[in-house]
Design a protein around this ligand. Structure first.
Ligand code: CA2
Length: 149
């Protein structure tokens, strides 16, 4: 199985700023960890980060043509604004787990709504970077159960 891990705008700043909200792990460390967590559950992983909405839409579409089995995605600020990313997920139909490092529900009201949740098979909120590991593991189990059904 092939998984794509997508991170949205400003997540390349992980570990550099705001460690009290997002922790001290750098983006490069997160990539290494995610690839390791994919390996642990027997899937091939690839990571992609962009600060640009259209680039993320393009990458989701490319994942469809590349026959990617699952997406684990932290859309960052686009979570709360992007109908285009929601539509891309719906158009491709790739099972997607949404991950947020912080607990968005205890933060500003504008972070409480997620467009991406409308297409996600699961949402993991507020578990720090461990949320990516949970998402990868959950998605591998989910897709294996689906393929047996
Ligand atoms: O909690 C999350 O994972 C978020 O998706 C992070 C987004 C935020 O807009 C969402 O509401 C919740 C922001 C990502 C910004 O990442 C930074 C990392 C380090 C320093 C500054 C920003």
């Amino acid at each position: 199985m092939q998984f794509l891990i997508i991170n949205g705008p400003n997540l390349n700043m992980l570990g550099i700023r705001e460690p009290s909200i997002y922790g001290s792990m750098t983006y490069d460390d997160l990539v290494t960890s995610c690839l390791g967590w994919c390996h642990d559950v027997g899937v091939d992983g690839e990571c992609f980060q962009s600060n640009h909405e259209g680039a993320i839409v393009d990458r989701i579409q490319q994942a469809f043509f590349d026959k990617v089995d699952g997406i684990v995605m932290n859309p960052a600020a686009y979570t709360h604004t992007s109908v285009a990313i929601l539509d891309a997920l719906k158009a491709t139909g790739i099972p997607t787990v949404e991950v947020h490092i912080s607990d968005v529900h205890t933060r500003e009201a504008f972070r409480h709504h997620s467009y991406v949740s409308l297409a996600a098979v699961k949402t993991i909120i507020g578990h720090g970077v461990q949320g990516y590991q949970e998402g990868i593991t959950w998605l591998a189990d989910y897709l294996r159960a689906q393929s047996k059904a």
